[in-house]
Design a protein around this ligand. Structure first.
Ligand code: G6P
Length: 376
């Protein structure tokens, strides 16, 4: 009801603005010795960290299974897991994995990512992996009493709180926080996390609520972008590296609630197809963190401009990308390093939200979609 919504118009908007709190709750009590954060189901009291540690010591790879927005948090985590924990990682759409013939690896850690913990395809994919002899299972899940949590050996419960909007927002960023912790835990168990590196990562994590708050303050600028988007029927999202899955998630948010056709591409793939779509009627949203790929990304932006495409760029502080003809820039307050995806996704959530409001769609209950897909 209206009372619960407080100052917000929709649950989605409320949930976007709850992210600093959701992340703070999810990270509460995180103070080093990361494996202890993972609950070992069936472990003796006081032994939960040890149960996780045993599993982490035995595995040689990670297989993540998920659907929808949860699949995109998993795709982001692949970049972290391979670069920080140096562990080979595969991410699969649950409905594909469950029905294809794959090569099982009993030493793989099977991770399911799910807000609800009840998504039929993700549960079936988990059971399929187990039937193939993969018994090291872990879930990153927002519902502690869910089937996913009951059926996995280890669990990390995100504390997003109840999410009502069909388009997932705070569940996504808390999943990213959980997946980042998993990365640190695996790095630690593999002897790859120095005390200094751990302290630095934990410091960056503790800064997240304040950093998110600063990004949420960009809302008025996003609203002015949304006025342009509301009149479009197509949009392209670009990102590279860690932010490629964020571009995918931004496009998903936009199509789910505004019904604008949106697709995302790894910016380096632009010339292999989507460049043919670029005209002045095609807004191109670009996630531009100040990372090692920035110069490459800037030349991708040139390619779009040269074809008359209109760019909407989320640029980190100190990227030297400036607003100009056909180029709209919103500057992110800082540069966030490895945790940047948690921050860069927020303006994309707000863009979808305000574009949907401008188009008058049913934001919290988009047509044809359900919050939790418990049947195939
Ligand atoms: C549905 C929801 C999405 C969600 C997906 C996976 O499609 O509309 O928001 O990302 O299911 O749900 P899960 O609960 O497994 O994360």
């Amino acid at each position: 009801g209206a009372a619960e919504l407080g100052p917000y118009r929709h649950y989605m908007q409320k949930e976007i603005f709850e992210q600093p709190r959701a992340i703070a709750d999810t990270l509460e009590g995180v103070a080093g010795i990361v494996p202890e954060l993972f609950d070992g189901l069936g472990a003796q009291p006081g032994e939960t960290g040890a149960a996780a540690w045993r599993v982490f010591k035995e595995i040689d790879s990670v297989l993540i299974l998920a659907c929808g927005t949860s699949y995109y948090s998993a795709c982001t985590a692949k970049y972290w897991l391979e670069s920080i924990a140096k562990i080979p990682t595969q991410v699969e759409i649950a409905s594909e994995y469950r029905y294809r013939e794959s090569v099982p690896n009993p030493r793989s850690l099977v991770v399911t990512v799910s807000q609800s913990g009840e998504t039929a395809d993700t549960l079936a994919a988990l059971r399929h992996a187990r039937s193939l002899g993969m018994e090291h299972t872990l879930t990153i899940c927002n519902v502690a009493t869910s089937a996913m949590v009951r059926e996995c050996k280890l669990a990390y419960i995100t504390r997003a709180g109840v999410e009502i909007g069909v388009a997932s927002t705070k569940a996504f960023t808390t999943q990213l926080a959980g997946l980042f912790l998993l990365t640190l835990a695996l790095a630690q168990s593999r002897g790859l996390l120095s005390a200094e590196a751990e302290a630095e990562h934990l410091k960056a994590m503790r800064h997240l609520p304040a950093a998110l708050q600063a990004v949420l303050a960009l809302e008025p600028q996003i609203i002015s972008w949304a006025e342009d988007f509301a009149r479009k029927e197509n949009a392209l999202f670009l990102g590279r590296g860690l932010h490629y899955p964020i571009a995918l998630e931004g496009a998903l948010k936009l199509k789910e609630i505004t019904y604008i056709h949106a697709e995302a591409y790894a910016a380096g793939e632009l010339k292999h197809g989507p460049l043919a779509l670029v005209t002045s009627e095609m807004p191109v949203v670009t996630v531009a963190p100040n990372d090692a790929l920035l110069e490459k990304l800037k030349s991708n932006l040139q390619e779009v401009r040269a074809r008359g495409g209109v760019l909407y760029v989320l640029a980190d502080a100190d990227t030297r990308i400036e607003t100009g003809e056909g180029l709209h820039v919103i500057r992110m307050p800082e540069h966030y390093g490895a945790l940047s995806p948690l921050l860069h996704v927020v303006p994309l959530q707000l863009l979808a939200y305000h574009t949907a409001c401008a188009r008058g769609t049913d934001v919290d209950k988009p047509r044809n979609l359900a919050k939790s897909v418990t049947v195939e």
